[in-house]
Write a protein that binds this ligand. Structure first.
Ligand code: TXA
Ligand code: MG
Length: 528
């Protein structure tokens, strides 16, 4: 069959689409939520064709679309007051209401059920087509079963070309996720699928609305959902999708601690440049409606990119975000990752970082000694080779180890040389540190702490949700250094003066811990 692409902006196309529908054919139509695959709801044979074209499980009921409120009376047994109030407030719009079905609606629309789902879309092209067809239209989302719902005519063509009579192009769908589905056929109104009309908006009309457990959790083996569509895998690109909880630095850790070929990320606007894998952004972090609008398009794009694993920043599940989160849970088949929260711990020499680290360890944090890892990183053969090429073969001693003093001397001769040293060593230090966290972090731990004197010189702060800086008065620091290293005051002061001053650290800190003599460290750390 040749699938015709019709322009939703022309009257002729609307007439043509209506003609096909009246004759028992299938037409994909734009709505404000997603594209629907429509057939005359009263024509059994046409309805059956929808299931075939989509490869849809036969027990998954369809939504019937109308273009006037009064048409609801032809589809349901009776219209309760609450349905009238809902319709008054949110129709036309992204809301589907389930009510006991009238006998005139063929069983094929709601196989095995005594109810029917009805929606009055707001999209002008959808309304014009329903009106011109003169019958209510049964229409599920116009994707192949299991794939993300289509939000452009191109998406529909990708899935349905050759399987249906026509696709009407009405541009990109505004909402981007399917309608909110609420049932009024139960004793208490129940939200079966979250969408563009929020739970709060429903409750403003209905009072208490129960949220079906299938909205946020996986059905157990053999469990029967209130909405049959909930039990199927959905919205999935070919890639494995993972939802990643936590902050942007934890997300970066997730991506970089175990990188693999074909990794990609779905992030919030403005985060793309800081990530090390190909990424798409799906809207601003605090704008659920933007995320809804672009989610399905992005999920399809990952397939075009050939992504194998897609890591997704977890959206907030409030308002329209509940719908976004619900679709992502299904796209991810409920795979949710909780990477550790990482903190950086640093400060001037003698400030007492080690004491603070010990305190954090007692509180249940994994402590990573960054200074030890920095030394280990320069033992890496690749790093050694690059250092010899940059600073001279003689920086490698006869036993193959690095002559650190020689590298230091040459590197500190010029700013440019110092930068080269960092370029060679920092990627190795970062890699080793992330590996160390990955190998040692246990789920029962509260977080991971990277304890490193020179942390602000390297890339590691990008993985840290917060930076903890430990400070102490100069006199106290001098005493500690003298005692620790067995040196005199003059040498200790010389060292202190060679370091960055306290201000430098404080400016970069999220949390400052005072560690003179009698301060209570545990109290100061309770902020974590
Ligand atoms: O926004 C939308 O609702 C789009 C556009 C095209 O209107 N349509 C849509 O249809 O998303 P579909 O078939 O992909 O999703 C319909 C959902 C399914 O989860 C189905 O199980 C549920 O609604 N549903 C339909 N009739 C039902 C009924 N009588 N009882 C319980 N759930 C029902
Ligand atoms: Mg669907």
């Amino acid at each position: 069959m040749k699938t015709e692409l019709l322009d939703g902006g022309s009257r002729q196309s609307i007439e043509k689409a209506a003609e096909i529908l009246k004759n028992g054919g299938l037409v994909a139509i734009p709505t404000e939520t997603v594209y629907g695959l429509a057939a005359n709801a009263f024509d059994k044979e046409a309805v059956v064709k929808i299931f075939k074209a989509k490869g849809r499980p036969v027990d998954n009921p369809l939504i019937v679309h109308i273009c006037r409120f009064e048409e609801l009376y032809k589809l349901v047994k009776s219209v309760p007051q609450k349905a009238k109030e809902l319709a008054e407030k949110y129709w036309p719009g992204p809301l589907t209401i389930i009510l006991p079905k009238a006998d005139t609606v063929p069983d094929e629309v709601s196989p095995g059920l005594t109810t029917v789902a009805v929606r009055f879309p707001s999209h002008p092209v959808a309304r014009a087509i329903i009106d011109a067809a003169g019958v209510p239209l049964a229409a599920p989302s116009a994707n192949s079963s299991g794939l993300p719902s289509p939000t452009t005519a191109k998406h529909v063509m990708d899935d349905m070309n050759g399987k249906i009579e026509a696709v009407v192009d009405g541009g990109a769908c505004d909402v981007g996720i399917e309608s909110t589905v609420v049932t009024l056929a139960a004793e208490v109104p129940r939200l079966l699928r979250p969408g563009g009309i929020t739970l709060e908006q429903l409750e403003a009309v209905l009072g208490h609305v129960e949220v079906d457990p299938a909205v946020l959790s996986e059905l157990k083996e053999g469990e029967r959902p209130a909405s049959p569509g909930m039990k199927y895998k959905h919205y999935s690109p070919k890639a494995e999708v993972y939802i990643v909880n936590g902050s942007l630095p934890s997300f970066k850790y997730q991506l970089d601690s175990d990188p693999r070929e074909g990794d990609a990320a779905l992030c919030f606007d403005g985060e793309e440049n800081g990530l090390s894998v190909p990424c798409l952004s799906f809207g601003r972090e605090d704008r659920s409606s933007e995320q809804a609008h672009s989610l399905f398009d992005d999920l399809r794009k990952f397939d075009e990119m050939g992504a194998r694993r897609v890591f997704v920043r977890a959206p907030s599940a409030d308002g329209v975000g509940l719908g976004v989160y619900n679709r992502l849970l299904r796209a991810a088949a409920f795979k949710i990752l909780n990477p550790p929260v990482i903190y950086g711990l640093t400060g001037q020499s003698g400030a007492g970082k080690t004491t603070v680290a010990a305190e954090l360890k007692k509180k249940g944090y994994l402590i990573i000694d960054g200074d030890v890892l920095a030394r280990k990183a320069v033992g890496d053969p690749e790093v050694l080779k690059n250092l010899a090429a940059e600073f001279g073969e003689d920086v490698i001693s006869t036993d193959g180890t690095l002559v650190r003093s020689l590298v230091a001397k040459r590197a500190f001769a010029s700013e440019q040389k110092r930068q080269r040293l960092n370029e060679i060593t920092h990627p190795a230090i970062t890699k080793l540190t992330l590996q160390e966290i990955r190998n040692n972090f246990e789920p029962y731990m509260k977080g991971a702490v990277i304890d490193a004197a020179a942390i602000f010189d390297c890339e590691l702060p990008k993985y840290c949700t917060k930076m903890i800086v430990v400070t102490a008065d100069e006199a106290v620091r001098a005493e500690r250094i003298m005692k620790r290293d067995g040196i005199d005051r003059e040498t200790a002061m010389h060292r202190i003066n060679a370091q960055k001053n306290e201000q430098y650290y404080i400016e970069r800190a999220d949390i400052v811990i005072r560690n003179n003599k009698n301060e209570n460290l545990a109290d100061q750390l309770s902020e974590l």
